[in-house]
Design a binder for this molecule. Structure first.
Ligand SMILES: Nc1ncnc2c1ncn2[C@@H]1O[C@H](COP(=O)(O)OP(=O)(O)O)[C@@H](O)[C@H]1O
Ligand SMILES: [Mg+2]
Length: 345
């Protein structure tokens, strides 16, 4: 998959493909009388950087291009499904016309932006919902909810999922740290993803550094900022997919080189997207090893509570910080971030 593509306010890589949870609720017409599943007619929907080709012909790219939409198309074709690809940028009429052009069974929704803006990702899912089209992945409400890191945390807190203390620093408002929000803190854009605006300097240890980083987020990333208490621990990603009965995947860990300090072990923009940087720091993503029985059991319970909140699509709980503190009861797991679209943000 290509690295950086323009994303509106900021240039960030596109997130990865979305597993086909809609396939779990296949329309009956797709199952023959003998109970054998027929191939699906799948429309792979994705956003493009520039104007999409009028022909919407992506045969060449499907053969050779290493990008999520073409990887997905190849995989679906490999499984015997019929695939049509449709790219769009900012033309709503064209999008709707494309969706109505030929019959299909399901949209594999890989769109992450409308008009190049990632904050508008939910609008494409909303169009599919308005047209009554079955599609894979998170619903418009899930995408909208997950975009706001503060709102997401409030919802998880309601579900009894532990989260870090945080405050929101809106544009142009005074930065006033409450005394119970203790250093070290991490400063992030309130509504970006893909680690946009997250660097080693996001972790701050005093009020001056806090103000400087919040101002950076306001001026350079042009969003409100969220300031969270820094949770030391391992970087685990827990994928959950499905509707009423979600399926979860084994925990993936971002492993950092031995030379790094506790506070530098964060998934910064470079740690996620720069191959060179990852190689130089010994950063790798792998199935998490050596998790204690207790942590595994708690992750399983967490997955059960986290998965069904919107009862549709999939999500990924990021930075579930495991065993960070000595006391087993308090050490636990904290959800620092959440993402409706695995596997790459
Ligand atoms: N409260 C926190 N404590 C420690 N590290 C954090 C915290 N919040 C975020 N991080 C680090 O920053 C990374 C990106 O944060 P996240 O909120 O997931 O942003 P994005 O949505 O851009 O991926 C996380 O994967 C984690 O490494
Ligand atoms: Mg994240």
């Amino acid at each position: 998959m290509a690295a950086c593509r323009g994303r509106g306010r900021t240039a960030a890589p596109r997130r990865g493909g979305r597993p086909p949870d809609a396939l779990a609720s296949a329309p009956r017409s797709l199952v023959s009388k003998k109970g054998v599943k027929k191939p699906y007619r799948v429309l792979v929907l994705f956003d493009t950087d520039g104007e999409p080709p009028a022909s919407q012909d992506y045969k060449k790219q499907i053969e050779s291009t290493d990008e999520a939409e073409f990887d997905v198309a190849r995989a679906l074709i490999g499984k015997g499904h019929q695939v049509r690809m449709f790219g769009f940028r900012d033309n709503l009429e064209q999008l709707i016309t494309g969706l109505r052009a030929e019959p299909f069974d399901v949209v594999f929704n890989l769109s992450e932006r409308f008009r190049g803006e990632s904050a508008l990702d939910y609008t494409v899912a909303a169009v599919l919902e308005m047209l009554g089209i079955p599609y894979t992945g998170a619903s418009s409400e899930g995408l909208m909810l997950a975009r706001d890191k503060a709102l997401t945390k409030k919802v998880f807190a309601y579900q009894g999922i532990r989260i870090p203390h945080f405050m929101v620093c809106p544009h142009r408002a005074q930065i006033q740290r409450p005394s119970d929000l203790r250093f070290p803190l991490i400063v992030k854009p309130l509504d970006e993803d893909a680690s946009v605006g997250i660097a080693q300097s996001s972790v701050v240890r005093d009020d001056d550094a806090l103000k400087e980083r919040v101002t950076f987020i306001h001026q350079r990333i042009k969003t409100d900022a969220i300031v969270e208490e820094f949770i030391a621990g391992r970087e685990l990603y827990i994928g959950v997919m499905g509707n009423d009965t979600p399926v979860s995947f084994p925990p993936i860990e971002m492993v950092f080189g031995a030379e790094t300090t506790v506070e530098s072990r964060i998934a910064t923009f470079k740690a996620k997207w720069s191959v060179k940087y990852r190689e130089s720091r010994g950063i790798q993503n792998m199935i998490a090893q050596d998790l204690s029985k207790e942590v595994r059991a708690r992750l399983a319970r967490r997955r059960c509570r986290h998965g069904p909140i919107l009862r549709r699509g999939f999500s990924r709980a990021d930075r579930v910080r495991a065993a960070a503190r000595r006391s087993a009861r308090r050490s636990g797991l904290r959800l620092c971030a959440d993402c409706p679209t695995p596997p790459r943000c």
